[in-house]
Design a protein around this ligand. Structure first.
Ligand SMILES: [Zn+2]
Length: 426
């Protein structure tokens, strides 16, 4: 650890620590912007409420002497210029879904501010710059795709494509950025950091249920979406003997049960049939056609591919057994993201050295971190969500966990900004 000043100062400087009261106050204050009835919060990307949230965030960044910069997709960066080269970046988002809670996204950004404050209080002088970032339109409610700001930083989505995205009223991202005054100049791809860290509430029940305080996130589940159309024969429910039926509804139900069993017998697979549409969908007619969606998620690409293969094999088996014909169409396929092993190890070590119970886990939800992983070593820290509730006004994380997570983020950041050699800018 490099502490500025003499050895005397070094000896008496307190170890950096998060001011939990200040962090909670910021969360509650930002959480007042976009308030709706029923205690909810709606701060959709690039709306006036989002602008007000951005104004508050950038004011806080300036108070902390961070250099505020907005890029061409509206991502906000507050940088502590110290040393040289690419920064260590702490990021997340401050846009919300409809009727959201106050923690999703905002927690990671505001904890970043408190990390800066804690390092300043302790007299730490970083060897490389430290940036706190808030990415545009992570939630994707008003504009698709979601995780838009980080996608553009990663170079996966072009600025032009992002600008052209329209909301339900035909307003484009480019126009909405202009209207709220957050269309900056620098190209997002110039902001790739040397290391990316994101602190986030889990948004699921695993940590809460197991009484674990810190989730060490190793990556994000891959997703495979497909639609299966099952062709059978519509016929009379009363007169058609059971052995003569080519029942598309029966096949759909069998696939749903098959996937449920497959997931139960496999430690990491998540499988969901979220939609079943039967034709003609009548009480006294054997379904002649069924259209179902299949959502498969897993932590490794080979596991996801294996689940897809087993489903295809089962469909061939059903075709033979029931006499239906099944066609499949792929709707989406995202490979799992695996975070940088070194960075993940550092998160785990930091949590353990604070005496916090930890477990490694994979995120089932999407985060900016999965996009940033394409351009920088990346790690994520999860804290428990009470009862696993998120995207709801009831979303809650207890104050002790809010502080624990931010302290782990602080420790990993401190290690990085004081030990990483400056890396040249891209
Ligand atoms: Zn989020």
């Amino acid at each position: 650890v490099i502490i500025s000043g003499s050895d005397d100062v070094n000896a008496t400087s307190p170890a950096p620590a998060i001011d939990g009261t200040a962090l909670t106050r910021r969360l509650e204050q930002l959480g007042q912007i976009g308030r709706t009835a029923e205690r909810g919060l709606t701060r959709l990307a690039l709306t006036e409420a989002d602008r007000d949230g951005r104004d508050l965030l950038t004011a806080w960044m300036s108070e902390l002497d961070l250099d505020v910069e907005i890029d061409a997709i509206g991502n906000i960066y507050g940088t502590w210029h110290s040393g040289g080269g690419k920064p260590v970046m702490i990021g997340s988002h401050i846009d919300t879904v409809v009727n959201a809670g106050i923690y999703d996204g905002a927690y990671g950004v505001l904890a970043g501010l408190e990390v800066v404050a804690a390092l300043r209080r302790a007299g730490v002088q970083p060897r490389i710059p430290l940036t706190v970032a808030a990415f545009t339109n992570e939630e994707g409610v008003r504009f698709t795709p979601d995780m838009m700001g980080s996608l553009v930083v990663a170079g996966t989505l072009s600025l032009e494509e992002a600008y052209a995205a329209l909301d339900a009223d035909g307003v484009s991202v480019g126009r909405a950025l202009n209207e709220i005054g957050y269309r900056g100049r620098s190209h997002p791809t110039e902001h790739a950091p040397q290391l990316y860290l994101e602190l986030h509430i889990e948004q699921g029940p695993v940590l809460h249920d197991e009484g674990i305080r810190i989730g060490v996130v190793e990556g994000v589940r891959g997703i495979s979406w497909q639609r299966l159309v099952i062709h059978g024969e519509a016929n009379h429910a009363g007169t058609t003997p059971m052995h003569r039926r080519v029942d598309a509804g029966h096949a759909a139900a069998r696939i749903q049960v098959f996937l449920r069993d497959l997931a139960s017998s496999n430690g990491t697979l998540h499988a969901t049939v979220g939609s079943i549409a039967l034709e003609p969908n009548a009480i006294n007619v054997i379904p002649g056609e069924a259209s179902i969606t299949v959502d498969l998620r897993d932590t490794e690409d080979r596991l996801l591919t294996e689940a897809e293969r087993q489903l295809a094999t089962y469909c061939r088996q059903l075709e033979e057994e029931i006499g239906v014909a099944i066609t499949s169409r792929r709707l989406a396929r995202f490979a799992p993201v695996v975070f940088a092993r070194d960075a993940v190890d550092q998160v785990e070590a930091a949590a353990k050295s604070r005496g916090l119970p930890v477990r490694r886990m994979t995120s089932g939800a999407g985060h900016d971190a999965q996009m940033m992983a394409a351009v920088a070593p990346t790690a994520m820290i999860f804290v428990p969500s009470v009862d696993g509730v998120s995207h709801s006004p009831c979303e809650h994380t207890v104050p002790e966990d809010i502080v624990n997570g931010a302290n782990v983020l602080l420790d990993v950041t401190l290690g990085a900004v004081t030990s990483l050699p400056p890396a040249p800018n891209a």
